[in-house]
Design a protein around this ligand. Structure first.
Ligand SMILES: Cc1cc2nc3c(=O)[nH]c(=O)nc-3n(C[C@H](O)[C@H](O)[C@H](O)COP(=O)(O)OP(=O)(O)OC[C@H]3O[C@@H](n4cnc5c(N)ncnc54)[C@H](O)[C@@H]3O)c2cc1C
Length: 468
């Protein structure tokens, strides 16, 4: 479901635009669309909203909608509601969708525990966006297809957005939702053209780079498309995603206070997992419980320990939090057990004429892995060197977080500087805040942050405004 162009709640939109607060959202991925939904539901009084993204379509989030229809989200339906205070909203939407109900009849009475294709989630988000817009005859929404290259203050406290369009107007509020940045030309293609095929391999051989959900997705897509060749996964740390439990893993976590140092915290969590399993629960329940404490835990760690976590533990943490639906995990295990797919730990280097240069972990010598195809499935961190981010840093409208993984933001997405002062009117939501807020790259956390940011924006513009 996609729409292009300009949405307007009223015919005399142009005249109205100049008189009301103007809000820009940069990026129409899931975070940008979620932010739009939250604003339309939260800010009661009129405003003009402009959404920037070079991607010409409008849907429930580019990464989500561009997936193949069979690509499954790895989060259960129960955790994907975009309605604050109504965790069943996505389930209800699915229940009211006759086509979906007919296709998935077994999940009675509801779909809370199942995993659905990304495309369906995108349709749901887009429908909630359309409904929120239809319910607001007092706002205007405009879609622009330009990348924003710089933001600066202008006319006092307002913001000027620079893009290819020379007549960009001023905005009172800007929300950065640029996630992992603009599509990179080489990443867009995903599949790197075959290196000049010197037939050095006995059978077709594909190398997949990365270790997250994307790698597993890509592997299973290849197999579903009939690919029978050998696959090698190259992962820096060698941790592939773990499995979800077949049924719901309700969060549990020990009531005792957490220890202070990182090694003690790790032992504490390991012990909690062991105890949960002994009690007939799962380690997955403990990981779900840990996510509820992650934010305060992260805040309490000194920068040195955060860096330590990033270097040594993040890959393990990611493999335990971004879990695969059981059926996908079983297929992955089978691939590895049968040797059709091999996992190699180490560093991927440059591409040669017949494959990829590779340095195995613990070794200093490079070898060549001969392959006909190399597919990069790595998830790149937000790019702080992008011109847009650089313009913000140069104008002191934002600063990098302690680990320089993204921008320093608070739970409401407000950017702040080293003296602790937040930048009035500027927000960064979603993965841009990953160094400040754990798990802010996941749907539930993005939803919460989008509503918190919207409440803040409502307070700024209209102090009397209440959530609709
Ligand atoms: C394949 C995949 C599977 C996932 N599965 C799950 C899941 O099961 N559960 C879960 O909770 N999360 C999942 N996620 C994670 C979650 O959905 C993402 O973290 C979230 O989609 C991030 O969205 P975003 O909008 O912040 O960033 P992005 O998706 O990266 O979108 C950013 C957008 O901003 C645009 N942009 C960037 N720079 C500019 C600029 N200068 N000017 C204008 N536009 C710009 C880009 O073109 C892009 O469209 C998944 C993500 C992916 C990619």
């Amino acid at each position: 479901m996609t729409v292009q162009g300009l949405f307007s709640g009223k015919a005399n939109a142009a005249a109205q635009i100049s008189a009301v607060p103007r809000i820009a959202i940069v990026g129409r991925g899931f975070s940008g669309m979620m932010m739009a939904v939250a604003l339309m539901r939260t800010v009661r009084a009129p405003f003009h909203l402009q959404l920037f993204d070079p991607n010409s379509t409008v849907n429930g989030g580019q990464a989500l909608a561009s997936a193949r229809s069979s690509t499954i989200l790895n989060t259960r339906v129960r955790d994907l509601s975009v309605s604050l205070g109504d965790p069943d909203d996505f389930n209800d939407w699915l229940c009211s969708n006759a086509e979906f109900r007919a296709a998935v009849p077994a999940a009675i009475p509801g779909f809370r525990q199942i995993f659905v294709p990304r495309e369906i989630f995108s349709d749901y988000v887009y429908q909630r966006f359309s409904e929120a817009l239809a319910a607001r005859r007092d706002i205007t929404v405009q879609v622009c297809h330009d990348p924003v290259v710089a933001i600066r203050r202008s006319h006092g406290s307002r913001f000027l957005l620079e893009s290819a369009n020379p007549s960009n107007p001023l905005f009172d509020t800007v929300i950065l939702a640029t996630g992992y940045g603009l599509p990179r030309p080489e990443a867009e293609e995903q599949e790197i053209p075959p290196v000049r095929a010197q037939r050095l391999v006995a059978r077709p051989h594909t190398v997949l780079l990365g270790s997250g959900i994307r790698v597993v997705d890509q592997l299973l897509q290849l197999r579903d498309a009939g690919y029978t060749g050998q696959v090698t996964i190259i992962s820096r740390h060698g941790f592939l995603p773990q499995s979800h439990t077949p049924n719901s893993a309700d969060p549990v976590f020990p009531a005792e206070a957490l220890p202070q140092s990182l090694p003690d915290i790790v032992s504490f969590i390991r012990q909690a997992c062991r105890e949960a399993e002994e009690d007939g629960r799962s380690w997955q329940s403990v990981m779900n419980g840990l996510r509820r404490h992650a934010r305060s835990l992260w805040r309490s760690l000194p920068a040195r320990q955060k860096r330590q976590f990033n270097r040594h533990l993040r890959a393990i943490y990611d493999s335990h939090r971004n879990r695969l639906p059981e059926a996908m995990h079983l297929r992955l295990k089978q691939e590895l057990a049968e040797g059709r797919t091999v996992l190699r730990r180490g560093r991927a280097g440059r591409r040669g004429l017949s494959g990829l240069f590779f340095t195995p972990a613990g070794s200093s010598s490079e070898e060549v892995i001969h392959a006909e195809r190399i597919i990069d499935c790595r998830c790149h961190a937000p790019d702080l060197s992008a011109p847009l981010i650089q313009s913000l840093l140069a104008a002191r409208l934002a600063m990098p977080d302690e680990l320089a993984l993204g921008l320093a933001v608070n739970a409401r997405g407000e950017t702040f500087l080293d003296d602790g002062s937040s930048i009035d009117g500027l927000f960064a939501v979603g993965p841009l805040g990953l160094g400040s807020l754990p798990d802010i790259d996941l749907v539930p956390e993005i939803v919460t942050q989008a509503y918190a940011a919207s409440e803040r924006i409502a307070e700024r513009f209209y102090p009397q405004s209440q959530a609709v």
